[in-house]
Write a protein that binds this ligand. Structure first.
Ligand SMILES: [Zn+2]
Length: 427
């Protein structure tokens, strides 16, 4: 279980406490629930005790999921972990469909209209909406965590591999296959460069080994341009054979491999603009921001024998990673849902107006996206339901519970436990 965040009477963050201690504080009336997600309590009396231990916020940004974790650097304890699911693809699809509808409208028989002004220039640092939403989601959560936890430093995974480390010429034989940090960086780089497949047969999703194009036995070097990836079968088959001899029958592949091997390293190190934009955002907090590479994350994770998940990747970001204590941490699963639509005229799939939407969002004090608890005392649906609500102007709501959707619950039975904030939660 993650620890529970604690605020003092002035809403300043204190050391997070164990859930059992939080329960006791709540039971004794010494604290009240401040927020449900992430679970935060607020003390009712001022307390001056234990010095506040600073935490480090660690972030592993990804396209679909971003891992986040709060780690106590001095004890190695993981205090809080979360996985944030982005809606980048939903945004992209929505914009594509809108664009298509508008395109078809323009293509109908209408006169040509000149553009009225030049409004097609994009400002510097512009990101596509789907990418910007990822940055904004993380920004939102960094802000939220800042409010409830004593964060003093940030770590972010910035690049896939560290080009500097790979230039070390003194890495020998086995070190490429496993063990050292440089080995991990090299492997990450090669996976990217060779498209995560065997160079000789093209097989994917199997363990790949690092292979010398010009064999070591015949004077090949350990330089990065002489390395590729192959499956075990091909690696064994090739042995110490020269590549020209090994691929005698497949000249086109031979040419492709030789050409690819000479491609400069910087080609594969495609700069990820989203991550750099995020770094700029994190720097505005004024706290020291440490950056790490994907190779380093993987190295840290494997050193401590942890499985691959988004939140554990976040925990392992950066060279400051201590020996970790991740006893029974349950990550909070956060899904970005957006804030609904502003479109007043709903269209069918052909672009014809089919329904009218209202801009009124709040009905009887509730709005779609609130997490509510409904205690139904009469009728067919007697019982207790907890979940995300879908509101209607009629006052008949639907509740998405863990077991499924319950429809037709009157607003009279509902009380909100967490107001809509654009996200939904699970464990
Ligand atoms: Zn192969």
């Amino acid at each position: 279980m993650c620890k529970v965040f604690v605020l003092d009477t002035e809403k300043r963050p204190l050391n997070p406490v164990h859930p059992a201690q939080a329960r006791q504080l709540l039971r004794n009336g010494k604290a009240a629930i401040f927020r449900n997600f992430p679970f935060t309590i607020i003390l009712k009396e001022a307390r001056l005790d234990a010095p506040i231990q600073s935490l480090r916020l660690k972030i592993d940004p990804g396209a679909k999921y971003t891992g986040m974790a709060l780690v106590n650097d001095s004890t190695g304890e993981v205090v809080f972990a979360a996985e944030l699911k982005h809606r980048g693809f939903a945004i992209r699809d929505a914009l594509t469909s809108r664009r298509q509808l508008r395109r078809s409208r323009r293509n109908r028989k209408t006169r040509y209209r000149q553009p009225r002004f030049d409004n097609r220039k994009r400002p510097d640092g512009w990101l596509a909406p789907s990418l910007q939403s990822r940055v904004d989601n993380i920004k939102t959560w960094v802000k939220r965590l800042f409010k409830v936890a004593p964060i003093e430093a940030i770590s972010q995974e910035l690049v896939r591999f560290d080009m500097q480390l790979m230039r070390h010429p003194d890495i020998q034989g086995k070190e490429y296959q496993q063990g050292t940090l440089a080995g991990y960086e090299t492997r990450e780089f090669l996976l990217e460069k060779w498209n995560r497949q065997c160079a000789y047969c093209g097989i994917k999703d199997v363990p790949l080994q690092i292979e010398h194009i010009h064999p070591r036995a015949k004077g090949g070097t350990n330089s990065i341009t002489n390395l590729t990836l192959s499956c075990e079968k091909c690696n064994k088959k090739k042995g110490t054979k020269d590549i020209k001899e090994f691929l005698k029958k497949d000249q086109s592949r031979l040419e492709r491999i030789l050409k690819q091997s000479k491609r400069p390293a910087s080609d594969a190190a495609a700069v990820n603009t989203t991550r750099f934009a995020l770094l700029d955002v994190l720097k505005t907090t004024g706290l020291p921001v440490e950056t790490g590479s994907g190779g380093l994350t993987k190295f840290n994770r494997n050193q401590q024998g942890l499985p691959k998940t988004h939140w554990l990747d976040a925990v392992c970001v950066g060279s400051s990673t201590p020996i970790l204590n991740i006893k029974c941490v349950k990550p909070l699963m956060i899904t970005a849902n957006g804030h609904g639509t502003r479109q007043m005229c709903g269209t069918d799939k052909f672009g014809f107006p089919s329904r009218h939407r209202t801009n009124k969002q709040i009905h009887f004090g509730f709005q779609t996206g609130d997490i509510i608890k409904a205690v139904v005392t009469s009728g067919k649906k007697v019982g207790e339901y907890v979940g995300r609500v879908l509101c209607r102007a009629t006052g008949s709501f639907d509740i998405a519970t863990k077991t499924g959707r319950i429809s037709g619950i009157s607003y009279k039975y509902c009380s909100a436990t967490h107001k809509k904030d654009g996200y939904s939660y699970g464990f």
